[in-house]
Design a protein around this ligand. Structure first.
Ligand code: EPU
Length: 425
């Protein structure tokens, strides 16, 4: 089984270039099912999650040309498509449910395996289904088979849909269904993440009429059909944040390139509160220089929230940093009910973190010690890599398949800025 071996090699220095966003590319790939023309997606990160989405789309009946080295895939859905993802593939990745909206809009029928309990919480899909139902779909659960089917006789119709929580996936799935619905759909209390804006831009390039993405209300005027397009995926803001924290936790000086500073404002703010220096750089202001070596770093408090609040996907990495700074910090996770599995692993490294309900108290002032640890999910694994960069001795990280779901070329990129990290099979 593959593992990472990480040793403290001192402060990281140099430049690193961020890849396209995992959480943008997955819904964009699924939305290619909405058109009979080929769609070209560029700046695609080479990730196992992207491969799984390719497998899912191929299993449904689309054909895909892949050139991961060039960061390009072309999806052609001009075929008769199956309405359901094989359970084995669906269960490998929750984002498989993002094919539901496009398939329902296009063929009037979609069936998905119910996403079971997952490592970071229960994660139901009630809000996705509520949206489909409001647009005229009938929803049928088959508890025994563990599937949910959404069907409609004619085209979906526009509706007014209020999301009880600004779910990223529900906003994406309902938006993708509504672009081909008859009439206008108004979605309220929607997610405002940059990935929502990227999907809306892509759909609009395909001929959709989506307005308001990036605010809490999206209006969609349905169109009869969508055409093919070419689209560059936005840079990954969580990979950006992870490398910013890598600079901070090693007290290094790293230039993080191909970033959108506006997408990482809470991370910039919290790093500055800790005592880091963060400067926007580059002719196009698409670089961030992060210095953790200007003064002694100190603790801060964090509460995860939907965008533009502090991202849940950066909570564990930031917690790793907070174990190493002067003074205590508190982290409150509000988005997922069970996203603290990294704490047990960080504590094996000497972090001394205590939890009480949704809060974690990080005492700080700790010299982390290398240990054998397990990546329980993607971001938990990233936190352990960061902790290993700052720990004394060697950190051995198992179950790295979780990390490889979401970080393209992590080992090479870290080595490029001076880290001592190896992948061992
Ligand atoms: N929720 C419901 N009902 C629903 C949908 C969501 O109760 O119908 C709840 C979830 O259980 C959770 C909260 O709402 O407690 C937020 O879930 P959301 O739907 O916003 O998340 P998601 O779409 O499942 C995406 C990202 C996650 C990221 C979250 C929050 C993708 C493929 N995944 O998940 O990314 O944490 O938004 O920002 O876009 C990651 O990259 O490591 C990752 C987990």
């Amino acid at each position: 089984m593959a593992k990472f071996l990480v040793k403290n090699a001192g402060p990281l220095h140099g430049e690193v270039t961020i890849s396209g966003s995992k959480n943008s590319v997955l819904p964009i790939m699924a939305a290619a099912l909405l058109s009979d023309d080929p769609c070209t997606i560029l700046d695609v990160p080479a990730l196992s999650d992207v491969e799984v989405m390719c497998d899912i789309l191929e299993s449904i009946g689309a054909t895909i040309e892949k050139d991961y080295e060039a960061g390009k895939i072309v999806i052609d859905a001009n075929h008769e498509l199956r309405s359901e993802t094989p359970a084995e593939l669906g269960q490998r990745m929750r984002a498989s449910i993002l094919t539901m909206g496009p398939l329902l809009a296009r063929d009037g029928r979609t069936r998905a395996s119910l996403p079971g309990g997952c490592a970071i919480g229960a994660r139901p899909i009630d809000l996705h289904l509520k949206g489909f139902e409001a647009m005229g779909a009938e929803i049928i659960f088959d508890e025994e088979a563990g599937t949910v089917t959404a069907t409609t006789d004619g085209p979906l119709h526009g509706a007014r849909i209020y999301l009880d929580y600004p779910s990223v996936g529900a906003t994406e799935n309902i938006m993708a269904a509504a672009v081909l619905a008859e009439g206008q759909t108004i979605m309220e209390n929607v997610a405002q993440e940059p990935e929502i804006v990227d999907l809306a831009n892509y759909l609009n390039k395909m001929g959709a009429r989506v307005k308001g993405a990036g605010t809490d209300m999206i209006k969609i005027d349905g169109v009869k059909s969508l055409h093919g397009t070419e689209h560059n995926v936005i840079p990954d803001r969580i990979e950006t944040g992870t490398f910013m924290v890598a600079a901070a936790i090693t007290r290094g000086d790293v230039l993080v390139k191909n970033v959108v500073p506006d997408h990482v404002r809470p991370i910039i703010a919290k790093l500055i509160e800790c005592g880091c220096q963060v400067e926007e750089a580059g002719d196009d202001l698409d670089e961030l220089r992060v210095r953790g070596n200007i003064k002694e770093l100190k603790g801060t408090d964090i509460k995860t929230l939907p965008y533009p609040g502090f991202p849940t996907d950066m909570q564990s990495q930031f917690m790793a940093l907070l174990t190493t700074v002067h003074g205590s910090s508190t982290v409150i996770e509000t988005v997922f009910e069970n996203r603290y599995m990294h704490i047990g692993e960080l504590n094996r490294m000497g972090a001394g973190i205590r939890t009480e309900d949704k809060s974690a108290l990080i005492p700080g002032d700790v010299k982390l010690q290398g240990a054998q640890v397990v990546a329980t999910d993607l971001r938990a694994g990233a936190a352990l890599v960061l902790a290993g960069l700052a720990a004394e001795g060697e950190t051995e990280i198992f179950e790295i398949r979780h990390i490889e779901r979401g970080y393209a070329g992590l080992v090479e990129k870290l080595q490029g800025i001076g880290a001592d990290i190896r992948r061992v099979d």
